[in-house]
Design a protein around this ligand. Structure first.
Ligand code: IMP
Length: 427
């Protein structure tokens, strides 16, 4: 069996948690390949409602082994709390593994994330302030602490010393803040190492062996393509690679093993934090969608910006990911609208373009060109087959498929597992 990647189609929050929970029914392994606890994957099933930040959404499938891959940055405190929370809900977390190569979000990363955002002032990125960006910066600067390092009490002081000297110089001299205590950091690392030791593995070997045994590996993306460090609206992006290419690197799986890439799109667009979003509705309709869909961040509680489906961005996303199949979520949210708009091109100055600009300033100047389609004004949440959807809703889905150039094989019309229409079985 191959590996299948599940990737966010736009700016994250597309409903990947629900889709993974569903697809994981058939999976032997579910692997988070990037991001950190900036993600909030909501899952609603027979065990309750959960917001997962680090543990893969496959954890509810008793046969699936869940892996936090090397591409993830791990705040051990958040991970341990999440494991405790799952334990209390009687969800077995003994099937969880954490890559020894994953980097650790340290307390100073969280401090610096907040301080850096404040320093940016009006050009703040609007990060989740979870320390994700600073942890990836240290990974690239080769001054990170990896999960495997936490278990080596003897080697840790020498690893930590130069890093903490540097971090404390920044905290005190650049930001005028008190230094962090090396002793406290060391103690925390040892504690985390002790608790996480049973879960730490060289997970790329585990996944290689699983694929050799012909088992199914699901690669769970976090965030979305338009937040990708390279392909997103830089600098208003996250610090990792949510795209399909990032799945191979972040899980330690060969690209040749990934046989399907499933793109998750919401039936409208949302974005949290700063940066351009051409179809944003800064009016009462945007507020109606936000309230109806409860578009508030699962991690920070921040109100998400809402707008019409942006097919230019959606097509670009398909281009960089090579989706073999798409999932359309939250179609039911649009049930009450007499007209639904789709952005099919942008006007920028006196030009009309239908490709996604590479820089955020140009995107900020883009005015959406809309195509209007009649709304269906029918409750779709009870539909369980494609044919049971109103004709106008089907026409909307068909139009999106054509514009993003990818078949929509699953449609979600509610948060629960059963509120799902499988149009075509893809695996
Ligand atoms: P960071 O990932 O916390 O550094 O934040 C960078 C940008 O990505 C901000 O605009 C965040 O709001 C956004 N972001 C990060 N994680 C998510 C997510 O899981 N869903 C949606 N937006 C996210």
């Amino acid at each position: 069996m191959p590996a299948i990647a599940v990737v966010g189609g736009l700016w994250g929050d597309e409903g990947k948690g629900k889709v993974i929970d569903l697809l994981a029914e058939k999976a032997d392994y579910v692997v988070r390949y990037g991001g950190g606890n900036n993600a909030g994957h909501t899952v609603m099933n027979q065990y309750g409602k959960f917001s997962l930040h680090l543990v893969p959404a496959g954890i509810f499938q008793p046969h699936a082994t869940c892996v936090i891959g090397n591409g993830v940055v791990v705040d051990p405190n958040v991970l341990l709390q999440e494991m405790d929370m799952l334990g209390k809900a009687k969800i077995d977390t003994s099937r969880l593994m954490v890559s020894s190569r994953a980097h650790v979000i340290m307390p100073y990363h969280i401090l610096l994330d907040g301080l850096e955002e404040e320093r940016r002032g009006s050009s703040a990125i609007g990060t989740t302030r979870m320390g994700v960006g600073p942890a990836y910066v240290d990974k690239v600067a080769r001054m990170g602490i990896r999960v495997g390092d936490l278990t080596d009490r003897k080697a840790l002081p020498a690893r930590l010393r130069p890093i903490l000297e540097y971090k404390n110089a920044i905290l005190t001299k650049v930001y005028g803040k008190p230094p962090v205590s090396p002793e406290e950091i060391y103690e925390k690392c040892c504690l985390y190492g002790e608790r996480l030791a049973p879960y730490i593995r060289d997970t790329e070997q585990v996944l290689y062996d699983a694929l050799e045994r012909d088992e199914l590996v699901l690669l769970e993306g976090a965030q979305g393509t338009l937040l990708d460090l390279d392909y997103g609206t830089y600098p208003f992006v996250t610090s990792s690679h949510p795209v399909a290419g990032g799945a191979a690197v972040g899980a330690g799986v060969s690209p040749g093993r990934i046989s399907q890439v499933i793109g998750i799109y919401k039936a409208y667009a949302t974005r949290v934090g700063g940066g351009p979003m051409p179809t944003e509705l800064s009016n009462s309709l945007g507020e109606t969608i936000r309230q109806r869909a409860w578009e508030f961040g699962a991690t920070t509680g921040r109100a998400r910006r809402c707008g019409w489906f942006d097919a230019v961005a959606g097509r670009f996303s398909n281009m960089v990911n090579g989706f073999t199949s798409a999932v359309l979520t939250r179609l039911d949210v649009l049930d009450i609208l007499p007209t639904v708009r789709i952005c099919v091109a942008y006007r920028v100055g006196d030009r009309t373009i239908d490709t996604f600009p590479g820089d955020a300033d140009t995107l900020a100047r883009c005015e959406p060109v809309y195509e209007d389609v009649p709304g269906w004004l029918t409750d779709t949440s009870h539909a369980r087959s494609y044919d049971a959807l109103p004709e106008r809703a089907r026409a909307y889905v068909k139009r999106l498929e054509k514009l993003i150039r990818c078949p929509i094989d699953i449609i979600s019309i509610g948060p629960r597992r059963e509120e799902t229409i499988v149009v075509r079985q893809t695996f």
